[in-house]
Design a protein around this ligand. Structure first.
Ligand code: FAD
Length: 314
């Protein structure tokens, strides 16, 4: 089994940022990535200072080059399990066989967006069907916007209020949400038009979204849509290890992404659905710094307990 100081699982911005800082800390690090970052359907990213408008794939390929330049190894593949071994060590199992040994692991596997099952919606996801106005609201400002009610009622209602910030022409389609009178009142007060009824299809052509089709009545013309997905953390590796979860069911960490299990860190969307690219990258960096300190402390203990020479830095 190849041995490393740290195995990073997940090569989005959180994992890559952790791997870069660990490489710069002269740690032996390998990153294994399945290559399906959450924002892959988007052709440009926003809100990341100095990277605004960049192709998300370009951000990641630049980051991968940076990780490699500090000696970080990059492996395409999927981790299917993490075993705790004796002596505060871990073995990361890979799909198709093979194991990677490490003193610590960073699990930065992100989350999955579960969309309402509406024909035509997923095809436009990440293009002109979005969820985050901070990422993609400015680009569709002042146009005919729609917000479709999703599974999370309060998220959808907040989203409808929020999107109005970017356009005077916002229609809320509650879809399967039964609105209370006071909720209607608040939406109307905010200048949001409400069109009731079940949404049966998102209509689009080669130019993009054209409108929203309902079970009854004519199509409502719209040029861009927002919807609230259900955020599902890709945290199976962490929960199988026994990491504690919080009251909302997400793996619990401290401010550096440290989980309840010694030697296991989890930065980015896998533990925090609100993290945008810049936050996820920052979380990866914070995890790497905390993790490096953890390894330094372990090295000191090791030197005190039987080693006459200090443990080499790498
Ligand atoms: C459509 C869309 C557009 C967005 N646009 C923006 C934007 O413009 N600006 C912005 O700031 N944010 C944007 N976001 C949010 C952004 O995608 C997240 O903030 C960011 O991806 C979180 O980074 P992460 O590293 O935590 O997770 P991810 O980027 O999702 O990376 C996780 C990686 O782990 C890999 N992985 C998962 N499981 C395993 C496994 N078992 N073994 C190996 N690898 C595994 C995945 O394949 C993936 O490559 C957008 C999101 C969506 C859905």
């Amino acid at each position: 089994m190849a041995e490393y100081d740290v195995v990073v699982v997940g090569g989005g911005v959180a994992g890559l940022s952790a791997a870069m800082m660990l490489g710069r800390s002269r740690r032996r690090v390998v990153l294994v990535d399945a290559g399906e970052p959450r924002n892959a359907p988007a052709t440009h990213l926003h809100g990341f200072l100095s990277r605004d408008g960049m192709d998300p794939a370009e951000l990641l390929s630049t980051a991968r080059r940076e990780v490699a330049s500090y000696g970080g190894e990059l492996l395409a593949g999927r981790a299917v399990g993490i075993d705790r071994l004796d002596g505060a060590r871990f073995a990361v199992r890979l799909a198709g066989g093979g194991r990677l040994g490490a003193r610590a692991v960073v699990v930065a596997t992100g989350l999955r967006d579960e969309l309402p099952e509406i024909p035509g919606l997923r095809q436009r996801w990440g293009q002109d069907v979005q969820f985050c106005p901070y990422c993609h609201g400015y680009e569709v400002r002042d146009s005919a916007l729609g917000v479709i009610g999703g599974e999370d009622r309060s998220f959808s209602l907040r989203q409808a209020q929020l999107i109005r910030q970017w356009s005077d022409d916002v229609v809320f389609f509650p879809h399967r949400i039964d609105l209370e009178a006071h909720e209607r009142e608040r939406l109307v007060a905010r200048g949001v038009r409400i069109v009731d009824g079940e949404v049966t299809r998102i209509v689009s052509d080669e130019t993009g979204v054209r409108g929203v089709e309902l079970a009854e009545g004519p199509m409502v013309g719209r040029t861009a849509l927002f919807v609230g997905p259900r955020f599902v953390p890709s945290d199976e590796l962490l929960t199988a290890l026994g990491c504690e979860v919080n009251d909302e069911g997400w793996v619990a960490t401290d401010r550096t992404g440290r989980t309840s299990i010694d030697g296991v860190w989890a930065p980015g969307n896998v533990v925090d659905h609100t993290a945008q690219l810049i936050n996820a990258a920052a979380a990866g960096s914070a995890a790497a710094i905390a993790l490096n300190n953890y390894l330094v402390a372990a090295d000191v203990e090791k030197a005190l307990n039987g080693h006459t020479e200090p443990v080499p830095a790498n």
